[in-house]
Design a protein around this ligand. Structure first.
Ligand SMILES: [Zn+2]
Length: 405
């Protein structure tokens, strides 16, 4: 058995070009099970780097192993083969000692490249737009780098760390969500003499809206390619997140803007809650997910956003334009609205990928720009409501004149 094995190995080690029995260390490693461990060691570039001098130290063990092998062999040609192998190994080890220091960086780079290629090929595949099923065909201007349906949440979540058309969409809102979690944790853990509990409750509405919106968004973009059913469900949640962020943004703004005016405060808060709930209902209803209801769905969301114009006008009329911009952070709110509108227009128009089809597959596509605008708008709003709250709280308790307005 042992003899037959050695004989096979000897055949496998004949140089295919010259026909000679050329036995280098690498070839010996490929051919013989005994030296395959050595091959694994050499695969690590770090081992090669630190132990290039160890080739000489390893000589006795190599010699020993080859001698053991040759003793086990009953054929004289096997003994000769072992001897040739031994000489070749020793010569090559000596040569390697001199050259290996110079070869290390390129060898490392080659091995790293090979490793990345293997991982990429083994666990990941992206396809052309035309290879996608109909339900995944959302943007025909993004040509390459699409994920295929996975039917696996695990595969979907692993794809967060891969490069494809959704990577930018996932990370913009995942990092945004983490940022708001950190800000919320800092804000809510301030001592009560610094931030009152009622202010924490009011700001919590905004934090909750922002975190849920960004959270639903990145999760939707992650699992969008799972299957049609899962993709559709999380798409609904994505829409709900927009409604929740809008409600959460309105609550502190209305609370501090109409701080001492109970009637308009209750009226406007009720209005935004009603419209927001309507939006959530519309988003979750399967019937309205159909394409011909898209204008209606968009209309409800536009109404939700534009409903902010009514309390804003109310404030300008009662307190004046100058006051609204200087003390009620109206400038920040206008900037926030502009960011949302410009982001939505870029998204709807699919610019710039419409102009450069196939050039924005991975970065700079319209949806990513829209995501960044949403994130910027949320930060601007946070800054705005912080200013209104600070101003309001410096005025002290409500006086009779404020309450009558
Ligand atoms: Zn999105």
């Amino acid at each position: 058995m042992s003899s037959a094995l050695n004989s096979d190995q000897a055949t496998a080690c004949v140089d295919p070009h010259t026909g000679n029995e050329k036995i280098s260390s690498a070839e010996t490693e490929q051919c013989t099970p005994e030296t395959s461990e050595q091959h694994v060691d050499d695969d690590s570039c770090c081992t090669t780097t630190s132990d290039s001098s160890n080739h000489l130290k390893e000589e006795p063990s190599l010699r020993k192993r080859l001698l053991v092998k040759s003793e086990a062999s009953s054929k004289p040609e096997d003994d000769m083969l072992a001897s040739v192998a031994e000489d070749s190994l020793l010569n090559e080890n000596l040569e390697n000692t001199e050259g290996s220091f110079l070869n290390v960086p390129s060898k490392c780079a080659e091995q790293a490249e090979e490793f990345v290629k293997k991982v990429w090929a083994a666990g990941w595949n992206v396809v052309h737009f035309h290879s996608l099923p109909e339900w995944l065909k959302d943007n025909e201007f993004l040509l390459r780098g699409h994920r295929e349906p996975t039917n696996s949440f695990k595969a979907c979540f692993k794809s967060i760390f891969r490069i494809h058309t959704e990577t930018g969409n996932i990370w913009t809102h995942l990092l945004g969500m983490i940022a708001f979690l950190v800000i919320a944790a800092y804000f809510l853990t301030r001592p009560s003499f610094e931030i009152r509990w009622e202010d924490k409750v009011v700001f919590s509405a905004f934090f909750l809206g922002a975190i849920l919106c960004l959270g639903f968004s990145w999760v939707f973009h992650t699992v969008y390619c799972h299957s049609e059913r899962v993709g559709r469900f999380f798409h609904k949640l994505d829409y709900c997140g927009i409604a929740l962020l809008t409600i959460g943004s309105f609550v502190p703004w209305l609370y501090y803007s109409f701080y001492c005016r109970l009637e308009p405060k209750i009226t406007y808060l009720s209005l935004i809650l009603f419209l927001g709930t309507l939006c959530i209902g519309v988003s979750m209803w399967d019937k309205f997910a159909q394409p011909h209801f898209r204008p209606f769905r968009a209309g409800v969301f536009v109404c939700l956003g534009l409903s902010g114009v009514i309390p804003a006008m109310h404030y300008v009329i009662t307190d004046g334009f100058w006051h609204a911009f200087n003390f009620a952070a109206m400038g920040w709110l206008v900037l926030m609205a502009l960011l949302y509108i410009v982001g939505a227009v870029i998204y709807a128009a699919r610019i710039p990928e419409r102009i450069f089809p196939g050039k924005c597959d991975i970065v700079f596509q319209s949806h990513q720009i829209f995501h960044v605008f949403v994130l910027a708008a949320a930060f601007v709003h946070y800054h705005g409501i912080s200013e209104i709250a600070n101003y309001r709280l410096t005025l002290g308790e409500c006086v009779a004149r404020d309450i009558e307005q």
